[in-house]
Design a protein around this ligand. Structure first.
Ligand SMILES: NC(=O)c1ccc[n+]([C@@H]2O[C@H](COP(=O)([O-])OP(=O)(O)OC[C@H]3O[C@@H](n4cnc5c(N)ncnc54)[C@H](O)[C@@H]3O)[C@@H](O)[C@H]2O)c1
Length: 382
C-alpha cells in the first residue's frame, strides 16, 4: 500500500514510517519540525539528539535498503499538503501531525492558540486533501483516550446507544477532556465525523493512551534510528519520565494522590494497532473509533512497577508525591472498553519487568545527558 505519514519525524511517526517501509509498503513521511522547535523553545530537549527526518531516512535506507520519501513542510499550509497528497496518491494516511503536549497547550495564550490552530487546521486540511485528490484513501487519525476524560460510567469504544423517551439512536460517546490539547482532539473527532457523514470518507479515529518505549526491530538497527525520547514535563509521557527520573537518581514525581488511572501501551503495540487498522479498513462512509491501549494502571501502580524493576537492577528508586499541576480527578472510576483491536487480532506486549529493565538500563547509560530542571513540572493548569 501507499502510506503517507503526517508527523513522520515524531516519537510515534518515525518508528511507524520505518515499520511500514520494512513491511514492504511505499511510505512517505511529512513533517515541519514543529516538535523540535517547541522542544528547543521550552528547554525540553530529548534525552539524546536524533538526526533530522531526511538524514534518518537516508540512514535507514543505507541500513535496511528500504526507502522513505520525505517532505518537509507545514500541514496547516493547504497548498503544500494538497500537493503532497495529489502527487503521492496515498491509499492510507496516518495523521500524527499535531501539537501533542497537554502542558504546552496550557502554558500561555500563545501556546494555547498555536495548539488550537495547528491541530484543527492539520486535520481540516487532510480531510480536504483526501476529498479533493484521493477520495478512496483511508484516514487513520491519532486521537487520545483523554478525549473521554474520566466519567463515572464505563467508557465505550467511541459510540454510545442512547434510549430517550421511548426512542433510541447512536451518538459519539460523551467527551470531556482535561486540557486544551485533549479538547483539540475532541474537536478533531467532530470535524472528521462531519466530513465522513458529508462526503462518505472512510476514517479510523484511534483513542490512544500514553505510549512507552523506544525499541522496535528497526530502531534497534542503529542508534541513529531511535525515536525522539522526552523525559521533560512538557513532552515526556509518564512512564518514560519515571524511567529517566530513576536513572537520574531523582524520586519519581507522582502528581497528587497518584490514583489517576489511564490505559497504556508499548510502542510496539502502537505499530501493531496501526498495521491492523490499515490492513482492515472500515467501509466507505464509516467512522470507526477504536480504543488503543493494552493495560490500565494508576500512576502509583506505574511508579511501583518501575521501582521493582529498578530494584532488580540493584538501583534504589524513590517515589515522591508532589503537588498536582493539572486539574484532574486523583481518584476515580475508570473502566474503558478494549474490544475492537482484540477482535482485529492484536497480541499485546505487556509491561513486564524485562521491558522496564531494558529502558532503565538504556537511560542509565545516558545519565550524563539528563538535565534535572527539565524533570519537574513547569506549567500549571491554574
Ligand atoms: N505519544 C503518546 O503517548 C500519544 C498518546 C496518545 C496520542 N498521541 C498522538 O499521537 C500523535 C503523535 O504523537 P507523538 O508523541 O509522536 O508526538 P511528536 O510531537 O513526537 O510527533 C508529532 C510530529 O508532528 C509534527 N507536526 C506537528 N504539527 C505539524 C504540522 N503543522 N505540519 C507538519 N508536521 C507537524 C511534529 O513536528 C512532530 O514531529 C499526536 O497527534 C499525539 O497527540 C500520542
Amino acid at each position: 500500500m501507499r502510506v503517507l505519514i503526517l508527523g513522520g519525524d515524531g516519537y510515534l511517526g518515525w518508528p511507524t514510517a520505518m515499520h511500514f517501509a520494512a513491511a514492504g509498503h511505499d511510505v512517505g513521511a511529512v513533517d515541519n519540525y514543529a516538535r523540535r522547535r517547541i522542544a528547543s523553545e521550552t528547554d525540553s530537549l530529548p534525552l539524546f539528539a536524533t538526526p533530522d527526518l531526511a538524514q534518518r531516512a537516508q540512514r535507514f535506507e543505507a541500513t535496511s535498503n528500504h526507502h522513505i520519501d520525505v517532505w518537509i513542510g507545514d500541514c496547516t499550509d493547504y497548498a503544500f499538503l494538497s500537493e503532497v497528497v495529489r502527487a503521492f496518491q496515498p491509499e492510507a494516511i496516518i495523521h500524527f501531525a499535531e501539537q501533542p503536549s497537554a502542558p504546552y497547550s496550557m502554558k500561555d495564550f500563545a501556546t494555547a492558540r498555536f495548539t488550537l490552530n495547528n491541530n484543527l487546521n492539520t486535520t481540516f486540511n487532510v480531510l480536504w486533501a483526501i476529498h479533493e485528490h484521493a477520495p478512496q484513501c483511508h484516514l487513520v487519525k491519532l486521537g487520545t483516550m483523554g478525549e473521554y476524560g474520566t466519567p463515572n460510567i464505563d467508557i465505550e469504544e467511541g459510540w454510545i446507544d442512547i434510549h430517550h423517551n421511548g426512542r433510541q439512536d447512536r451518538f459519539l460517546f460523551p467527551r470531556q477532556a482535561g486540557s486544551l490539547y485533549h479538547t483539540t482532539k475532541v474537536l478533531d473527532t467532530d470535524l472528521i465525523w462531519f466530513y465522513v457523514r458529508t462526503w462518505g470518507l472512510k476514517c479510523t479515529d484511534l483513542m490512544q493512551g500514553p505510549v512507552y518505549g523506544l525499541f522496535t526491530p528497526q530502531s534497534r538497527l542503529d542508534k541513529a534510528l531511535l525515536p525522539n525520547f522526552h523525559y521533560d514535563d512538557i513532552f515526556g509521557t509518564v512512564l518514560n519520565r519515571f524511567i529517566v527520573q530513576v536513572a537520574a537518581g531523582v524520586p519519581m514525581t507522582v502528581y497528587g494522590k497518584g490514583g489517576q488511572v489511564r490505559g497504556y501501551l508499548n510502542l510496539l503495540d502502537t505499530l501493531q494497532c496501526l498495521e491492523l487498522a490499515i490492513t482492515r479498513p472500515p467501509a466507505d462512509g464509516e467512522l470507526r473509533i477504536l480504543n488503543q491501549f493494552t493495560e490500565t494502571f494508576s500512576v502509583n501502580e506505574l511508579a511501583e512497577r518501575v521501582k521493582d524493576a529498578a530494584a532488580g537492577l540493584g538501583i534504589t528508586a524513590d517515589i515522591k508525591p508532589i503537588a498536582n499541576p493539572r486539574n484532574e480527578k486523583e481518584e476515580h472510576y475508570y473502566n474503558p472498553k478494549f474490544t475492537g483491536f482484540k477482535a482485529l487480532g492484536l497480541k499485546p506486549h505487556p509491561l513486564t519487568s524485562e521491558v522496564l529493565a531494558e529502558m532503565i538500563d538504556y537511560a542509565v547509560s545516558l545519565k550524563d545527558n539528563i538535565v534535572p530542571k527539565r524533570i519537574f513540572p513547569r506549567v500549571s493548569w491554574n
